[in-house]
Design a protein around this ligand. Structure first.
Ligand SMILES: [Zn+2]
Length: 565
């Protein structure tokens, strides 16, 4: 039976918690590093012998559990088939490539013995990395336990799998093992079972408890440090501000500092970087959070309308002014007025704005009274205000009044760490049940330059959500424009930050593809001799692509996919 079939049969998703499941149990995935650390800590804490027992028992229980799932799904007649599945499961779970050989049964069909080997054992790897030369016996203990548990379950009697020679001892590239019923090893069942139970762990437990208490104290300290950092970098309950980048953390730190003051703030940054979000943040954490936050786009209105929007007008001031209008400065009270695209404000209005900020009075259009105002001003612009001052398109006195506390918001492409959290945030907001993005899509999004910044990202996520329906978002669910503008293949080659040699490999593949697999041309472009290129290809097993046909390796295939998007 093939890997894929078994996977489909036994590994499912979509239970109510949306976890991947193996049979009816949850699958947990964590990297080798964590497991290696766990094994190391166990051995170092309780010693090799007890540590091995713990590992063996863990494997034994896992083996039985796996066998139960398999037996529930498949009704095989011969143990052979169960062993085949076991091999596949071991590969699937990243433990080792196991191969059973020479199974011997007696006349009654009872197990006598089986042999086999496993390659690329996870434990051998872990031991070599964690313990170096400290121990030279067989080390694949969890794996032995797993096979013991699994085969005990399928043969219906206690089977013990012993590692005969471990890869770590022989350096021949694999470990060999043998499995026999306990009687075949001359072991009493009761003795075996007792061996699985740990005794005299009291002392260790006491020590462990002390260490645990220590760890708890550390954790408490870390928690309060984290809370501290959160306080500094992210305001509680602020779901609008999504970021992971240090750049945004710094900006929020500045915003938080300036919020409780009444200072005028100037937010600078490209369109769509979220200037209004920061302005609202400042307002929300100011002393006048309960007063209105009023936003106006200074580029969207002609001068006379903008003037009456900002400062109000009296009835009859101009044709169509049938009623008095207060204007934002008066309506805001001691709240905040957000002047978006303030750089586009006509010069004559700039003079009136300066007066409102400087003297804290406004005069309504057509009015005679000076009305006192106290609103705080937050300006925003995507232009170089300073150079506009030089060109006399922006008043220098107003510029200095506005830029008391300037905050520069970097474009999204300069804080790529924020792309994924933002994309996930928008996705969840649009459809909380959506299954998410394919890794390839994420790589694409993280490699894209986002000229329209956060707003563009938000739009594209919305587009992709509509197009993908209930499916995970693939690259072809993204708008064509975005796929097309991913024209910088080097950036694309390096989006996932590969190692230098991996990047080299990818680049060689890319050049080959571009030259239609003409190796001499490719070598010339790469600045290497034909034989050097040939060596590279041989190392990566890419020597056999006929002219013009696509490469075969999965890497080049993947790359090929990317380039065709
Ligand atoms: Zn081994």
């Amino acid at each position: 039976m093939f890997f894929e079939e078994i996977r489909k049969d036994l590994v499912t998703t979509g239970n109510e918690n949306n976890f991947p499941m193996f049979g009816s149990g949850r699958i947990v995935t964590f990297g080798i590093t964590a497991l290696a650390g766990l094994i190391r800590d166990i051995i170092r804490t309780v010693g090799l012998e007890k540590g091995s027992t713990i590992c063996f028992r863990y494997g034994y229980e896992a083996g039985i559990a796996q066998a139960l799932v398999v037996m529930e799904h498949y009704n095989f007649k011969s143990p052979d088939e169960f062993l085949k599945i076991c091999e596949t499961l071991k590969t699937m779970s990243g433990i080792a490539h196991v191969e059973f050989e020479n199974m011997e049964l007696d006349e009654q069909g009872k197990l006598v013995r089986f042999n086999g080997i496993w390659r690329d054992s996870l434990e051998a790897y872990i031991w070599q990395s964690q313990f170096k030369k400290e121990y030279s016996g067989p080390v694949c203990i969890i794996l032995s336990g797993m096979l013991s548990g699994y085969t005990s379950a399928i043969f219906g009697q206690e089977v013990l799998v012993e590692e005969l020679v471990c890869e770590t001892q022989s350096h021949r590239g694999y470990c060999s093992f043998e499995g026999r019923p306990l009687s075949g090893w001359g072991i009493e069942v009761s003795h075996f079972q007792a061996g699985l139970i740990l005794e005299n762990l009291e002392d260790e437990m006491t020590r462990l408890r002390t260490e645990l208490r220590q760890a708890w104290d550390d954790m408490e300290r870390q928690k309060s440090e984290i809370a501290d950092l959160k306080q500094r970098f992210k305001m509680p309950g602020d779901p609008d501000i999504i970021y992971r980048s240090p750049a945004m953390a710094k900006i929020l730190h500045l915003a938080e500092k300036v919020a409780p003051t009444r200072s005028t703030v100037l937010l600078q940054g490209e369109s769509g970087t979220g200037k209004e979000v920061i302005a609202r943040f400042i307002h929300r954490y100011s002393s006048s959070a309960k007063d209105p936050f009023l936003a106006i786009n200074c580029a969207a209105l002609p001068a006379n309308l903008l003037e009456s929007e900002l400062f109000g007008h009296v009835k009859g001031a101009f044709t169509g002014a049938d009623l008095d209008k207060k204007g934002l400065f008066i309506e805001a009270g001691s709240g905040t007025i957000f002047l978006d695209e303030v750089g586009d404000m006509p010069l004559e209005i700039q003079a009136k704005l300066l007066r409102a900020i400087q003297e804290k009075v406004v005069r309504q259009v057509g009015g005679v009274k000076e009305i006192p105002v106290q609103a705080r001003i937050i300006g925003a612009t995507n232009r170089e205000l300073k150079s506009m001052v030089g060109e006399e398109r922006f008043r220098d006195d107003l510029f200095f009044r506005l830029s008391v506390f300037p905050i520069e918001i970097p474009p999204l492409r300069e804080r790529r760490e924020d792309i994924l959290p933002l994309a996930r945030h928008f996705l969840t907001r649009m459809n909380s049940d959506h299954p998410g993005f394919f890794p390839k899509t994420i790589r694409l999004m993280e490699g894209y330059d986002w000229p329209g910044n956060v707003r563009e990202l938000e739009n594209w996520v919305e587009y992709a959500v509509i197009l993908s329906g209930k499916e995970r978002i693939r690259p072809d669910h993204l708008p064509l424009d975005m796929n097309r503008s991913l024209a910088n293949p080097i950036k694309l080659l390096a989006t996932d930050l590969p190692t230098w040699s991996e990047l080299e490999k990818r680049y060689i593949s890319y050049v080959l593809e571009q030259t239609n697999y003409n190796k001499s041309r490719a070598a010339r472009i790469l600045g290497m001799g034909n034989s050097t290129l040939w060596r590279h290809l041989k190392e990566n097993d890419e020597t056999n692509h006929p002219q013009g046909s696509p490469p075969n390796s999965s890497f080049a295939h993947d790359l090929n996919d990317k380039m065709k998007l």
